[in-house]
Each structure stands twice: as C-alpha cells, then as structure tokens.
Design a binder for this molecule. Structure first.
Ligand code: CO
Length: 171
C-alpha cells in the first residue's frame, strides 16, 4: 500500500460507511497497520491509502498489543483542549501545533462488526481525532493557526507541484 499525499482529491472526500465485514476488510486493515508501521506513523485512515471508507488504524507505541482498528467511528464526550505538535503521513515534513480535545469516547465497530467503545485521553485522543478528521475530508492544515498556514505555504506549494508532476507523468 502506498500513502496518498496531499493534495490528492480523495483526501477531501467524506468516506463511506462500512457495511460489509469480511475477509477483505481484515486484509485492508492488516495492510494499513503494516503501511503505518513502515512509515513510522501512529495513525492512518483508509482515505490515505486510496480507500474512501470509514476505517482507521492507530498504534501509539508501535507494539503489537497497542494496535487499534476502528470501523465507522463516532466521537462523543469530547472534553478539554490542548495544543501539541502534529504531523500527517500525507504531508511529509510538515508539522504544526494543533488544538485537540484532551479526552473523548469513541464508539465504533471492530472488524467483525461488533460494537466497541474506547475512552481515550491526551496523545491517543489526539490521534483518534486526527484520523477521524480524515474520514470527514478534514486535514490538519485546516486546523492550523493563520500564522502556521502562512509558514507552511511553501511546503504545500511544493507538494502541489509534485502532485501535478505525478499526474502528468506517463504511467
Ligand atoms: Co493525517
């Protein structure tokens, strides 16, 4: 799996609800966990691998026991707000301080379609909010301060140019 980079239009689409919980969904989730680990990421949403479905994976530590897969997640009970630095695998080399709720509850389904409910705080809550945004077509650049938007403008222009170059290149 390759990570889709900004400004690929799939990153702006609202992802579709998952209705089929089959072996292929599990294969997608497994491949996403591998892709995330290889890229040294802590979270990855399906649109970032070219699949506009409501599926995300995270692993705050990289240990197998801490791998989480969420299907059709819904965020509730968001509390608090704190700024901390974020990056995104779809925006290589770009980082900025983003405000996120410090605690939340996520209601989702597992790969068998069974309901799951996870209370998360701080770093894990931040990852979940970032990845959930991807399912809504929202990107962390949207949440940057005006000053940061100016600061990263050059880097975004470069990604734009690289995207245009790939689009025009013969396959
Ligand atoms: Co991201």
């Amino acid at each position: 799996m390759d990570v889709v980079l900004y400004p690929d239009p799939i990153l702006r689409k609202t992802a579709e609800t998952v209705t089929t919980f089959d072996a292929s969904l599990r294969e997608i989730a497994d491949a996403m966990h591998q892709t995330m680990a290889k890229a040294k990421g802590v979270g990855l949403a399906a649109p970032q691998v070219g699949l506009s479905i409501r599926l995300l994976v995270l692993n705050p530590t990289g240990k197998a026991a801490d791998a989480v897969t969420l299907v059709n997640p819904k965020l509730t009970s968001l509390r608090g707000a704190e700024f901390d630095e974020e990056g995104c695998l779809s925006f290589p080399g770009i980082y900025a301080e983003i405000s996120r709720a410090t605690s939340l509850v996520v209601e989702a389904q597992d790969l068998d379609g069974k309901p799951i409910r996870i209370a998360a705080e701080d770093y894990v809550a931040r990852i979940i909010q970032h990845e959930f945004d991807h399912l809504e077509g929202v990107l962390f650049v949207d949440r940057m301060s005006a000053a940061d938007k100016v600061r990263v403008r050059g880097a975004l222009k470069k990604l734009d140019a690289q995207f245009q170059e790939r689009a025009g290149a013969p396959k």
